[in-house]
Write a protein that binds this ligand. Structure first.
Ligand code: NAP
Length: 241
């Protein structure tokens, strides 16, 4: 599959890792739908930078905890800039709450954003894509899912791994579905750098990853039609130590 001429939806694409993926896709010639929830300004700015690569780009707001808003997103992108054939499920909720601290509300919200939304978006894409047309789904996951670490976040991301493999079978043969299990790339927006640095030092690579190392992997997975149901770790080897 060629990136150029495709239409990509990147959830949470206005800032941080999502923004880097949007811009790499735009630079490679894809029309880009930049989804946001709270970061409307960042999304608008990312759209402007994407357009400078000569592609169509538009921002789309939706709360992915709301199933109706989520399902509508694919239709909205289809009618505004083109039929979605690349879906990057990047948006995510993150927390460090323990089992004892986890409320039912937090549990349901994490499952909705990190697990149900990728399912609903992939299903809507699958229904809209004409039979036989090529497509790609890439889910952003975490090396920690191998460790059952971080309770609610960890469970929702482990569920996303299962979804990745099930979608790879259900959307075959024309759509390939893979996930990137990231190590420390950017510290959480509200942290002071420490957690990311600690994870980075524990990795064989001994450093944090770069945004370019993530977006290059996205492009490479889109261009390869024989990799599906795979978890590609971009974590400097953290999961094996
Ligand atoms: N950062 C890392 O080093 C790292 C490490 C391991 C895995 N990952 C994975 O890589 C991906 C990107 O990481 P990141 O650190 O860039 O993510 P992030 O900043 O924590 O979150 C990305 C976006 O998710 C969106 N989001 C959160 N709740 C939402 C909701 N209810 N509805 C719609 N959108 C919502 C937010 O969009 P708005 O800002 O528009 O509200 C946010 O900007 C995530 O899936 C994460 O789990 C990242």
């Amino acid at each position: 599959m060629q990136v150029s001429g495709s239409t990509a939806l990147v959830t949470g694409g206005g800032r941080r890792i999502g923004r880097a993926i949007v811009l790499a896709l735009a630079q490679a010639g894809a029309s880009v739908a930049v989804h946001y929830n709270r970061s409307e300004q960042d999304a608008a700015e990312t759209v402007e930078v994407a357009k400078s690569f000569g592609v169509q780009a538009k921002a789309f707001g939706a709360d992915l905890a709301d199933a109706d808003q989520t399902t509508k997103l694919i239709d909205d992108v289809d009618s505004a800039i083109g039929r979605v054939n690349i879906l990057v499920n990047n948006a995510s909720a993150f927390s460090k709450t323990t089992l004892a601290e986890t409320s039912l509300e937090e549990w349901e919200s994490f499952m909705a954003i990190n697990f149900t939304a990728p399912f609903l978006l992939a299903q809507a894409m699958h229904r809209a894509l004409p039979e036989g047309e090529a497509g790609k789904v890439i889910n952003l996951n975490d090396w920690r899912t191998a460790r059952a670490n971080r309770f609610t976040y960890g469970v929702s991301k482990a569920a996303l791994s299962g979804l990745t493999r099930s979608l790879a079978v259900a959307m075959a043969p024309n759509v390939q579905v893979n996930e990137l299990a990231l190590g420390a790339i950017l510290p959480p927006a509200d942290s002071l750098d420490e957690p990311g640095q600690r994870v980075a030092k524990a990795a064989p690579a001994g450093r944090m990853g770069t945004l370019n190392e993530v977006s290059a992997a996205v492009i490479s997975l889109i261009e390869n039609d024989f990799i599906t149901g795979e978890t590609l770790h971009i974590d400097g080897g953290r999961h094996i130590r």
